[in-house]
Design a protein around this ligand. Structure first.
Ligand SMILES: *Cc1c(COP(=O)(O)O)cnc(C)c1O
Length: 405
């Protein structure tokens, strides 16, 4: 039983406060602040009647067998359901599993899924490979499509509308409520990869049925785990998702769940700081002579900014930068190689700033994603903003050298 005093506060408290309370064990942990790390496969029962009673609870957080979760998993599931504003959460092995598991849960042979053209690359590979092999067709659509446009793409077999808003390379914010309404009118489920929007976008208040988090990113927050979470808001969806996760043998290490719970405690303050630092750097980049455009959903120049303004309560710290066209790909390489504070690497949401060239990594089939110059993606971490800007200035000096003045 959770500690009553903690629970009462959760009901009314603001986000940062709730994050310090959710999923804590209360009296069960003999007064210790944090949940214990429980590792295990076999669960022993006092007698067979108890075992039978537990087996009947496979949709609940019951201690049946390790793959169904331990108290460490359940604590994290409750925390993420709270962050996403849903009712039930399933922890899975990676952010990518948090995408593939619900797609397999809600689609079958002969059916059709609509996926935005700017989708996370491995999601596209899963659709073109595994789903196509199972006889499930994918249509890629322009992420900025209108409700009328989407209406024209719906087929009798369309069962899932997949959203990723904003996209994690070119940052288009989608008109989620309008697109979700079209999908629902045709009996399709609406799934969103909400990794960027975490907390600032409440998926279930905007028409989504399934919300996906790569907990690897901001929830983990320290670049030391790989973990995914799928959240839903009603019992019927929960049963389908839970059955699929069980059938696929989805499991994540309790050690990683425990680290993610540790990340949850500071998520509020990290998101707040990274929003401010990210906006500061993005606005500064807009004033730089090398920069054509900054693709940051909270800036008016970014695609879908009006939808961000309407539907989001804040912004995370991952955004794109488009350079003026005379800076070629080699000059971008020299810039990035010349920087010392920013790490060169995939993933994001950790405490450290990261940079990557993105033009070459974007794979599109619906012809979207052309912004007029070489692109880079920046993740702003927890370093001092003055040092972050100084490192970018160092990079710009290299860019000019390589561009030839
Ligand atoms: C990183 C990422 C994922 C996948 O997360 P992993 O834990 O690395 O598998 C999914 N969606 C988006 C938008 C991501 O950036």
């Amino acid at each position: 039983m959770p500690d009553d005093r903690l629970d009462e506060t959760s009901e009314t408290a603001r986000f940062a406060t709730r994050l310090t309370q959710v999923g804590r064990p209360g009296a069960r942990a003999h007064g210790f602040v944090n949940a214990a790390l429980v590792r295990g496969s076999t669960v022993l029962h006092p007698d067979l009647a108890h075992r039978a009673g537990m087996e009947s609870q496979r949709y609940a957080q019951a201690q049946i067998y390790g793959t169904h979760g331990t108290p460490t998993h359940f604590a994290l599931e409750n925390a993420i359901a709270e962050i996403e504003g849903g009712t039930r959460c399933q922890i899975v092995s990676s952010g990518l599993s948090a995408i593939t598991t619900p797609l397999l849960a809600f689609l079958k042979t002969g059916e059709h899924v609509l996926v935005p053209d700017n989708v996370y690359g491995p999601t596209r590979r899963f659709c073109d490979g595994m789903l196509a092999g199972l006889g499930i067709a994918t249509t890629y659509y322009d992420p900025m499509i209108t409700a009328e446009g989407l209406e024209g793409l719906m087929r009798p077999g369309t069962k899932v509308l997949f959203l990723e808003s904003p996209g994690s390379h070119t940052f288009e914010v989608q008109d989620v409520p309008a697109l979700a309404a079209v999908a629902h009118a045709h009996g399709a489920k609406v799934m969103i990869d909400n990794t960027w929007g975490i907390h600032f976008f409440q998926p279930f208040q905007h028409g989504c049925d399934v919300s996906i988090q790569a907990a690897t990113k901001y929830i983990g927050g320290h670049s030391d785990i790989i973990l995914g979470a799928v959240t839903v808001a009603n019992d019927a969806d929960w049963k389908r998702l839970r059955d699929a996760a069980t059938a696929l043998g989805q499991y994540a290490s309790p050690d990683d769940c425990w680290l993610a719970l540790r990340g949850v405690r500071s998520l509020g303050v990290r998101l707040k700081h990274q929003m401010e630092a990210g906006l500061d750097v993005a606005s500064w980049l807009q004033t730089r002579p090398e920069v054509l455009r900054v693709l940051h959903p909270a800036l008016p120049d970014s695609p879908g900014h009006a939808f961000w303004k309407r539907d989001f309560t804040g912004a995370t710290s991952l955004f794109g930068v488009v350079l003026k066209p005379h800076h070629g790909i080699d000059a971008v390489g020299a810039m990035i190689d010349g920087m010392t504070l920013f790490g060169i690497g995939a993933s994001w949401g950790g405490f450290e700033s990261l940079i990557l060239p993105t033009s070459g990594t974007i794979s599109r089939s619906a012809g979207t994603g052309q912004f007029g110059g070489e692109m880079m993606r920046l993740h702003i971490g927890l370093e001092d903003v003055a040092d972050i800007k100084a490192d970018l200035e160092r990079g710009f000096a290299k860019l000019h050298e390589a561009t030839g003045g």
